[in-house]
Structure formats: C-alpha cells, structure tokens
Design a protein around this ligand. Sequence first.
Ligand code: NAP
Length: 307
Amino acid sequence: MLIAAELKNLLEPAQLVDLEITWLAADQPTPKGDWVALVPLLSRWVGGTQLKHLPNLRIVANCAVGYNNVDVVAAEMRKVIVTNTPGVLTEATADLTWALILATARRLIEGVDLVRTGQWTGWHPEQLLGLELRGRTLGLFGAGRIGQAVGRRAPPFGLRIRYTARTPKPEFERETGAVRVDASQLLGDSDILSLHVPSTPETKGIIDGETLARMKRGAILINTSRGDLIREEALATSLELGHIGAAGLDVYTEEPTIHPRLLAAPRTVLLPHIGSATEDTRRKMAASAVANVQSVLSGKPPLTPVY
Ligand code: NAP
C-alpha cells in the first residue's frame, strides 16, 4: 500500500502488520504501479489520472473526514472504495472552532500584539471592546457531527442557536434549544456564523459578496470546514469596509497560500488548518484510515465508506 509518510510517527507497528508499505512524501507525485491501497493526506488530489495509474487499487482511505480531494465519481466508476475518518476529529475541531469564536469576539490577537509590541499603556475603559456573547445568536451553517458539537458548547455562553441543514436534527434541538431556519434567515439572524458544511459543488462559494451583504453589520464569520466555501476576495472587501466585523479562519481556498488581501484585512484570526490537530485525534485519524485498509484487504466491508 501507499501511505502518506507524514503519518509514520502517528501509527503503531501493530497497526501495520501484514501490510507492505511504501511511504509517500507530501511533495512526491502519486506514483504509477500495482498498489492496492492508498492513504493520502487531504492535500493530495486523487483524481481520474491518479486512479488510472493505479489499476489494482481497491481503496482510497483518506486521512480526513472531508474528502473533496478525491474524485469520488471517478473512484466509483473504477470500483475503488473511498473511506474517510468521521467522528474521531469532531470534538477537537469543535474546540478549535470555539477558540476562533472567542479569539475573534474578544479581539485576542490584537491584544497580544499590543502587549508584545510594547504599545500597551495600561487599562482603558474603551480598549479593545469586543462582542458580548450572552444573548447573541450563533448560526451554524451545517449541523452534522462538528456543527452540532460546536452548538452543544454554546448554551453555557448564553448564545441562542440557529442552524441550517438538509434534514432536521430533533435531538440536537431538544438538547440545545437550536432552531432550524433556511439559509437566508440564518445569514440575517447570526451575530456569529460558523460554517460546517462539506465542500461540494453545491456549497462552494456559498459565502460570496451577496451573502456577506445579507449578514448583520459587525457579524463574525468563522470557517473551520473548507476554504472554498468562501469567496476570499469578497470577504476581504467586506472586512475592509467593516461590514463583516471579524473573521476566524482555519482553512483557505489555495492552501497553503492565503489571499494577500485576507492576510492584510483587519480583525482576522488566521490559523494554518489545525482544526483536528491534537495528538490524540491525529493518532485516531491515522488509525481509522489504516483500519479501513486492513478491513478491505482482508475481504471485509470498509468501516467508514463515503458512499
Ligand atoms: P457531517 O457530519 O457530514 O456534517 C455536514 C453537515 O453539512 C450536515 O449537517 C449536512 O446536512 C450539511 N450539509 C451538507 N450539504 C449541505 C448543503 N448543500 N446545504 C446545507 N447543509 C448541507 O460532517 P462533519 O464531520 O461535521 O464535517 C464537516 C466538514 O468539516 C468536513 O466536510 C470537513 O471538510 C471539515 N473539517 C475540517 C477540519 C479542519 O481541520 N479544519 C477538521 C474536520 C473536518 P444533513 O445532516 O442534513 O445531511
């Protein structure tokens, strides 16, 4: 099997028994050959060409829950199973989402900069005034595993929850008081809008100039899902004009490149795609991907197939 070399330290030898492994470095193109399994990182595109060059491939076990780096239509046509790592990264990603909510609402980075640059001259009643969370509305665009986990952390902060998903989530509503609304109402109601839909042809660019204009003046936008949900030029413009009050982003359209206007925009907290980056979670993600391979190669069904 071909497996991303960056996962080496996260896997135990016992998890790799009976597997003949070729470690694949991130900067190495996907090779041609008779490998039967591929465990890529989300930064590796696995499309029709790569699949054609791996004629014996039986499984692509993506080491992520998002699988927009895999052409699933091409894989299905070639009868290649595609799996992801759902669940194991939900809580870590929800925690990181909250780190961004708090950092943007309470202007953490500006405060750190003030202290570090020696420009802090002392307590001032109007210094770095942020957004009081209590009584405000948190909008969840997508309420699957991660969206709901973010929502479950909201009631102690006194936030009311609105969410958009294709199907209602009655248990989540009972637990948190969340109310399902359509996308248009979500945009208009949210003081903090957090994106948790996957990147698909329907969701790419859902946050553009028009949708940003429908958000409240001063609202905060959080994205720990996938970068291409947002048109970054439009977000930069909105931040520059002060319509969107702040943005907390973990993901970008062209990673690791960040749009220069976003880098320069005011009131942003920009992280390097670390939503699931805790040691426990990254070990579980690697283990989940390899367990899918082991299952399929031993003739059993995949554990977490994407279709
Ligand atoms: P999930 O459980 O599949 O949840 C996805 C949610 O999006 C569901 O509520 C789904 O609605 C909704 N949805 C899908 N398409 C939609 C559409 N067109 N319109 C409205 N709602 C739509 O996925 P998850 O485990 O929460 O993960 C979400 C995403 O987070 C992943 O796809 C991944 O890209 C990203 N992620 C990022 C990091 C990071 O490091 N920053 C880490 C983990 C995950 P239904 O429930 O009605 O189907």
